[in-house]
Design a protein around this ligand. Structure first.
Ligand SMILES: Cc1cc2nc3c(=O)[nH]c(=O)nc-3n(C[C@H](O)[C@H](O)[C@H](O)COP(=O)(O)O)c2cc1C
Ligand code: SF4
Length: 451
């Protein structure tokens, strides 16, 4: 069995772990009291900077640096938005933290607001999480009654109001500027950046957007210190001064074809194979793995031979994936058809594209049309290169779209076709024996688009 002692999930199995009484009995809010008594906002920003904590929401941006980018001496208000949209397929670690340990989340939010001088914080929570909503609201009410929220927190000249805001269930609401637009009451259309939220965010004021798990890491760094945090994970590369490393514990969501799916806490840098075998009890039904999604579907795909890749911020990129993402690992066993996998992935992104950018709107729709045609036995070998052309040309990375949803749509296409091309070719030849070499335009099967 794995030896790592969970920290972020330490309380979740205790009876009534979501209540203030139980949280305080395990040392909860002691870190907040200590920081408010002994530190200053600037000093606490430095603490988080020196911990090299990287955001857990997907992009892995250094949290302390994000806070540091806020304009100095801003007359206010400054806002904090906590991203609880959690719509990346396979991802459910935020939900567990909110349902079972909401005070750990709130303590991290209060500490983050103290550091950034934010006086209003919003938790933007997806609509499908009613229990998280209820538990967080109850915990917020307990905090106001106990003096952890409101005016003169713990007798200090520090005030904070914390609100829950329900989203209306769309993937794009998790993109930080889509979230901000939605919070302002508009359609969640991501904004062109710059300006970044740190300069112009909610209500055009300086804003920090951070993930729920990031807030919990802030709580634990305040409680246990920077040395403790940096004793876990993968150190930064001394030859690369720009590498912040991958420090701290991480919540990995494991699902798909494993014996024991679940949310597991492990040091950053555990390999995908260790996660599947040691935590997940191996691939189900005695089968072999064919592939795994390393961090939500938008990160692409690792082959079985790549499963020894460390799941830290740099690992998945070394085998051609987009990154660690949300660290949500989905295992595909040897019976899975890559055509079905990619069709499903394209269907998701075509449905979730907000439609603002032509390359994303058209690219996701056309890739679904082509995959639907291939799946229906009317594919051509030429379609594979057309799909790769779409994959290589949509997204922030090639510089053609406003947000990263299009990169997320592109990576499964690029990885599936480049890593499993033989399987796609065999399927096309088998299902369309007379037409697979055709170069002429073919009908688009409009009936399958959007299904
Ligand atoms: C399409 C899309 C969806 C996203 N969904 C989420 C999400 O559900 N939760 C989240 O925390 N971050 C999500 N992100 C990342 C956020 O834009 C942002 O980077 C993150 O909330 C910052 O928090 P962190 O620095 O603590 O990681 C998404 C990004 C994109 C492009
Ligand atoms: S990349 Fe796609 S989801 Fe993002 S803003 Fe453009 S159209 Fe919308």
């Amino acid at each position: 069995m794995p030896k790592f002692e969970p920290i972020l999930l330490a309380n979740i199995d205790k009876p009534d772990s979501h209540t203030l009484k139980v949280y305080e009995s395990t040392g909860g809010y002691r870190a907040l009291k200590k920081v408010l008594a002994e530190s200053t906002p600037a000093a606490f920003v430095e603490t988080i900077k020196s911990s090299n904590l990287r955001g857990r929401g997907g992009a892995g941006f250094p949290t302390g640096l994000k806070w540091f980018f806020l304009p100095k001496d801003h007359p206010g208000p400054i806002y904090m938005c906590i991203n609880a949209d959690e719509s990346e397929p396979g991802t459910f670690n935020n939900r567990i933290l909110m349902e079972e340990d909401p005070h750990q989340v709130i303590e991290g939010i209060i500490l983050s607001c103290f550091a950034t001088r934010a006086t209003t914080a919003y938790i933007y929570i997806r609509y499908e999480y009613p229990l998280s909503y209820d538990r967080l609201q109850a915990a917020i009410d307990e905090c106001y009654a106990a003096g952890y929220l409101g005016k003169n927190i713990l007798g200090k000249d520090f005030a904070l109001d914390l609100y829950l805001h329900r989203g209306a269930a769309a993937y794009i609401c998790g993109e930080e500027t889509g979230l901000i637009e939605s919070l302002e009451g508009k359609r969640a259309w991501p904004r062109i950046k710059p300006p970044f939220p740190a300069v112009e965010g909610v209500f055009r004021k300086p804003t920090v957007v951070n993930n729920i798990e990031t807030a919990c890491c802030v709580t634990q760094i305040a409680a246990r210190g920077v040395e403790w945090f940096k004793s876990i994970g993968v150190p930064s590369d001394p030859k690369n001064p720009r590498d912040p490393g991958s420090y701290g514990p991480k919540l990995y969501c494991l699902s798909g074809h494993v014996n024991k799916p679940g949310c597991y806490e492990a040091p950053l840098g555990i390999t995908c194979r260790e996660l599947i075998d040691e935590y997940g009890g191996g691939v189900w039904k005695g089968r072999k793995a064919k592939a795994a999604i390393p961090g939500g579907i938008s990160m692409g795909l690792m082959t079985e031979a790549e499963l020894d890749t460390p799941l830290d911020f740099a690992g998945p990129g070394r085998v051609g994936c987009l990154g660690l993402g949300t660290a949500a690992v989905v295992v595909l066993d040897e019976t899975v058809s890559m055509v079905d996998f990619l069709h499903n992935s394209c269907r998701f992104f075509a449905h979730e594209s907000c439609g603002q950018c032509t390359p994303c709107r058209e690219g996701t729709a056309w890739s679904l049309t082509m995959l639907s045609r291939i799946k229906a036995g009317k594919g051509r070998l030429r379609d594979l290169d057309l799909l790769l052309e779409i994959g290589d040309s949509i997204g922030i990375m090639p510089g053609t779209t406003i947000c990263g949803l299009a990169d997320g749509a592109a990576w499964p296409i690029k990885n599936a076709i480049r890593k499993f091309r033989g399987e796609f070719e065999e399927y096309i030849k088998r299902t369309n024996p007379t037409g697979y070499m055709v170069n002429d335009a073919v009908e688009a099967l409009p009936i399958l688009v959007g299904h």
